[in-house]
Design a protein around this ligand. Structure first.
Ligand code: ADP
Length: 600
């Protein structure tokens, strides 16, 4: 039970109990008093009556023998009136008593009832009787009997009857009081409840709020101070809830920012436990936030270098930077920063570690520098040739016109090569940096291949190479026509270059449904029965400047950039390219392109 309520109930019950007891006691006193006084009246009237009826002789003088008539009369009257009857002479001697021990009784003149009695008004007293051993009511009055007796008649009655009446009264009153008390208990409990219930309700609500149940409200109450207290609690809950919302909003905003960052974040608290891991860090480290947050960072022991870095950071508590390699699952180069976390510029909370995957950046950097080196190298060769032959001619040492012409031809060819090389490099860098805009339009595939064959007809005829088209008439594709032509000019051109005299090139196109992309595609294949490509070179032939046989490529006028450009163009069309080849047997390049391009 609620302590306040029970205490209040107890106080109320105590009050009720005391008042009920006081009322009981007062009632008992009034009852006893009125009972005694009505007995007195009754006995007084009895004495009056007996005075008129009695015919007793005069009392014998002191010292004379007592006639037995007094005692007999006392006994008779005693049994008639159901009380003790005593006759007392004027001088106070007891001359007859219904109890029969007259001789042993002392003088009664000083007994209160006798002393206070006057003729007409009886005297009375309540006293403990030594003779009977109980409380007795005595009523006495002077009487003059027609037989000559002039003395006192005293009636006495045990107060036991009063006591019994009183007891009965007490039982009735007690049960009434008990019932009253019970009713009072219930009423006071409810009364206390009425007082404390709103307070209990407010307390309950406050408890729920403190247990983070921000929806709990006291609700409307009466208009007094308690009601105002309830309203204040509700206002407090409202503002708490609003603040909580703001905090949650901010939290989810922050979480969103953290999760969508390209960098990984790992927070290690002062106690060396992981406090936070964002999605990117989960990905980079191959861990799960719900498994590591709250655990010690040393449990990341799989990453030895990382834990060393964290350890150092926690010791030094200052900004740090490093680059390390993680193998999750393949090798990644990670740029790692450690920043101490301080709140309000003073209290240190731990370290924040930021991960940036720099593998791609570093690879691009490496590729770029390699590209520059390759380009300079590729440019140097024709320039050196042009310079060398021009120098020889300028020196005037070549008198023979035919030799001079052949030198000039070489200078011209190298110039041409240089031109194509620069053209290809510009083209490639434009495609790679996605600075070209593809112009999509429906292209009739057969027409396209006919025009490709026509361009290469001359070169093919020189080597007696047959170009065979195996393309259905009805095929159309959505593509940038010029770029599509560039793709196949390169592939078919390579076929012509790398196929010995009398060879054959077959161009095929067929429609199919690609389940991976869930769209309609066309598979193009360009097959030759030429020299083929060694297995070890196959994965690399799409790289820039990669050539299987430098001398042969040069002699065929290749730049080593063709396939690289082709691959980029195919990918710009959302397609794929692959190659199958066997040394000395031939090569097949397979290009798969979607029939329809998604509109951007
Ligand atoms: P290139 O200008 O040298 O032809 P490409 O990028 O077009 O450069 O081709 C790269 C290399 O791939 C070529 O040097 C050649 O060694 C090889 N190659 C390309 N196509 C064929 C083919 N049809 N048959 C054999 N080898 C080929």
């Amino acid at each position: 039970m609620k302590p306040f309520r029970s205490r209040l109930t107890l106080i109320l019950l105590l009050l009720v109990g005391i008042s009920v007891l006081a009322a009981g006691l007062t009632m008992a006193k009034v009852f006893r008093d009125s009972h005694i006084s009505s007995l007195e009246d009754y006995m007084g009237r009895e004495i009056d009556l007996l005075e008129d009826l009695l015919e007793l002789p005069p009392a014998p003088a002191a010292g004379e023998a007592l006639p037995s008539v007094f005692e007999e009369e006392a006994k008779r009257l005693g049994s008639l009136t159901d009380s003790r009857v005593t006759f007392v002479a004027r001088d106070g001697r007891v001359i007859g008593d219904s109890l029969g021990n007259t001789a042993s009784m002392d003088n009664h003149l000083n007994r209160e009832e006798i002393r206070t009695s006057v003729s007409g008004t009886p005297g009375h007293a309540v006293r403990y009787s030594d003779t009977l051993g109980r409380d007795m009511l005595y009523v006495a009055a002077p009487i003059v009997s027609s037989g000559g007796f002039d003395g006192y008649l005293r009636l006495s009655m045990s107060l036991d009857i009063v006591g019994e009446g009183l007891q009965r009264g007490w039982i009735i009153m007690g049960s009434a009081l008990a019932i009253l008390f019970l009713i009072a208990a219930v009423v006071s409990y409810r009364l206390a409840g009425g007082l404390t219930r709103p307070i209990e309700h407010i307390m309950d609500t406050a408890n729920r709020i403190s247990k983070l149940d921000y929806d709990a409200r006291v609700g409307p109450m009466r208009q007094d101070e308690i009601g105002q207290l309830g309203a204040s609690i509700d206002n407090m809950a409202d503002s708490l809830q609003a603040q909580m919302h703001t905090i949650r909003d901010n939290e989810s905003l922050l979480q969103n920012v953290l999760d969508n960052m390209t960098g990984g974040i790992l927070m290690v608290n002062q106690d060396e436990k992981i406090g936070l891991v964002n999605r990117q860090a989960e990905r980079m480290l191959g861990i799960r936030a719900d498994r590591v947050v709250g655990r010690r960072y040393v449990e990341l022991k799989r990453f030895y270098e990382l834990t060393r870095f964290i350890e150092e950071g926690l010791q030094r508590k200052c900004r740090m930077h490093d680059e390390l390699t993680l193998f999750v699952p393949e090798e990644r180069l990670i740029s790692l920063d450690g920043v101490p976390m301080t709140v309000l510029e003073e209290s240190y909370h731990g370290m924040l570690f930021l991960f940036q995957d720099v593998s791609d950046i570093r690879r691009l950097e490496r590729m770029r520098s390699e590209f520059v080196a390759n380009v300079s190298h590729e440019l140097k060769t024709p320039v050196a040739a042009v310079q060398g032959f021009a120098e020889t001619l300028l020196a005037g040492g070549v008198k023979d016109e035919e030799t001079a012409r052949s030198f000039l031809k070489i200078i011209y060819d190298e110039g041409d090569r240089l031109n194509r090389l620069i053209g290809d490099i510009l083209d490639l860098s434009k495609i790679e940096s996605r600075r070209i805009q593809l112009d999509y339009a429906p292209v009739h595939v057969l027409t396209l291949f006919q025009s490709v064959s026509r361009v290469l007809e001359g070169a093919a005829e020189q080597k007696r190479i047959e170009i065979r088209l195996n393309v259905p008439e009805e095929l159309f594709i959505e593509a940038d026509e010029d770029r599509l032509r560039q793709i196949f000019l390169n592939l078919v051109g390579n076929g012509v270059s790398y196929t010995p005299d009398g060879g054959r090139i077959v161009i095929k196109a067929e429609e199919f449904t690609d389940e991976r992309y869930d769209d309609e595609r066309i598979r193009f294949s360009v097959s030759d029965n030429g020299i083929g490509i060694p297995k070890k070179d196959l994965p690399r032939i799409f790289e820039r400047f990669y050539r299987v046989d430098k001398a042969r490529s040069r002699s065929s006028g290749g730049t080593g950039l063709g396939l690289s450009i082709v691959k980029h163009l195919v990918e710009l069309h959302r397609g794929t390219i692959s190659v199958e080849s066997e040394l000395g047997v031939g090569s097949t390049f397979i290009v798969e392109l979607p029939i329809l391009q998604e509109n951007p």
